[in-house]
Design a binder for this molecule. Sequence first.
Ligand code: ZN
Length: 333
Amino acid sequence: MREGEGGSERAAVGEDELGVRLKAYEGRAAAVAGTGKDPVNMPMIRHWCEAMGDTNPAYAGPDAMAPPTMLQAWTMGGLSGHEGRTGDYDELLGLLDDAGCTSVVATDCEQEYVRPLRPGDEITFDTVIESVSQRKTTKLGTGYFVTTRTDIRAKQALDAPTTPTTPTTPTTPAFVGPLVGTHRFRILKYAPAHRDHKPPPRPRPVVNRDNAGFWEGVQHHRLLIQRCTDCTTLRFPWLPGCNGCGGPDWDTVEASGEGTVYSYVVMHHPPFPAFSPPYAVALIELAEGVRMISNVVGAPCDKVRIGMPVRLEFQSYDDELVLPVFRILEDAA
Ligand code: ZN
């Protein structure tokens, strides 16, 4: 189904030839004869009700029914997935990916309930690609809404005596029971809107009356450590009182700038707009004995190791923001 290289595919999006190709998938099956991994059962119902905070007595006791909104839960394949999924839905998504609509967001879900489900009921389901929209432009970007509809059927425990047992194969449902409900799920598959604005600035430190002296020092490229004037204990971060003796009075000493990596993590995820992962965040032990969290620079983040010697420097991030960072000494990297 693919044709051409990226350029012509982008042109197809422009003329919405893609939309015509996508429309051809309407009515095709996305899953055939799926089978619920477990019959409707009380443990799943109980967990659901606890998670939702739903204490309706109809969902407990010997005559319990399943909450109707659990409908989709009975069809979920979990990590191991389901048999019965067709290639058509993946092919449709692949066409959208190739056209640059690589992002996806679930937009809404509708359910219709026909019959209640009770413990012991066994589930089968079929999913069809119900509709593909015209090309739409939203705040997120331009793309297509794709709606799938899953029809859920059940061999109901109460029906069992009258339902003949039939031999089963992996691709044939054990039964075709009455419809209990339908579940419609709509996604927007889109090409993200281009945003021209600059990345957001790095977050500002929270400066308050307890730590204002520290940040003033940083502005002057001095790393100041608080020292209790009663017992001379050093402390960092800045605090209003001494952890050693409780004394409220303090002065400062300026850090020499020598230190070692006491511990570290390498941040990969979640991404934050003002930062470019991966990067190392380290707990630095200063030569004076106190520790502070900072960034480590001067070596790839996967080369950072506990115990590496580092030296303080001050890095300007924009017109206002200066932060202390620690550079790995060359012979250590
Ligand atoms: Zn003290």
